[in-house]
Design a protein around this ligand. Sequence first.
Ligand code: FES
Ligand SMILES: [Fe+2]
Length: 454
Amino acid sequence: MNESVKVTKQPVPEAQIFPVEAFISPDYVKVEGEKLWPKVWQQACRVEELQHVGDYVVYDILHDTVLITRSDENRISAFYNVCQHRGRRLADGCGRAMQFRCKYHAWAYNLTGENIRVLDEADWNGALSKDRVDIPKIQVDTWGGWVWINQDPDCVPLRQYLEPIATMLDPFEPEKMRYRWRLRCVFDCNWKTALEAFAEAYHVEGTHPQMLKYAEFYTWSTADGLHSHKGFDERKDHLRTLESKTYFRPGKGEDQRKAIAEMQEHILTTANASTTQTMVDAAKRLVDELPETATAAEVTAHWLKSAKADDAARGVIWPEIDRDHLSAAGNSCVVFPNLALAYGFTFMLCYRARPYGDDPNKCVFEGYVIERYPEGQEPKTEWIDAQPEDVPPLWPPVLMQDFANMGEVQKGMRSRGFRGCIPNPKQEETVTNLHRNLADIMGTGAPTPLKDAE
Ligand code: FES
Ligand SMILES: [Fe+2]
């Protein structure tokens, strides 16, 4: 195990408070546009979206628009999605093209953003240098099966930026996972309000009370420099297994065979994430394969072993992850600034939140699941715009419960009755750490000890 991945038993940090400015101030959004977004590595898309030469994806962040292309078999390129003539955006969404021809005056660019056509170029009398007509490039790299971009030419390398999270997640082999589903929408809240709803499990009793029937959701959480992660903390002795710190943990009830099966089925039907059909099917067989007296540890071990064998039989090989590493990695992390990832052996539930224009009270929110499939058997997916108000909603019911908090939190924070955020020091360090790092970059709104607050 890499030493930089922290063990789970950290001292609980001192309680902190931080102001709401980061969520509600229009000035803060403007400064984010100067100090934050152009300086950080951002997860722009999956490598699987750029399989063939010419495949492209447009990634918009605030007022910047980025074109990411598979420019040749072995290369992904990124450059601004802006025609250098008079500024028209060149492309939208995603697709495949061998060149980008501007729809305004028909200038054209190749897959690395070099200009390949200026209409009536002689009219400029030689004043157009290549430099002037080529599109400025953007830093691009891949890790975990994702394409990441950074607008800062002097940025640190991606791997360095992502540590220790990259080392923590490498054994899960996210690069071998493929999209299972992907949805996006616009919320009436700041991007941080949305992201933070998926950065902790302290909200389960208030937001998802039905889930308490199945399991305990008490967690530890820890800062990892820019990033953070968390896992389940077993308060009850009978729940103590190494896997219980991850998603793979005992359910509530004396008969663990039934408890795990019920919990797994409930998770799949209500979240459509955080487990797989293989895991659910293996859990349902527990009652036939084990005696009622089997302990939580025995049931969990048997369940994971048979799910692993079932997957292997269909060509999905589970990664071998050291048990201590698994325990230390917990079940989810926040990658600074705007990603929340929840992981298991063969799946990951991912959330990405971004600003929506200059409005501090709105954001673009994307949720998606990636999963390991037998070679070539991944489903065909695309981004679907799905507002929670759609009838029927496309979002899974558990996420809809989370969504119900978004606008209400945003409104509450704008009231003068709110005196600042006081996250749970043990369970919501993921939230506090985000604001600690934001304050560093933005130069404002740092978390300070609650005991010193007026
Ligand atoms: S703005 Fe693109 S060719 Fe004129
Ligand atoms: Fe939730």
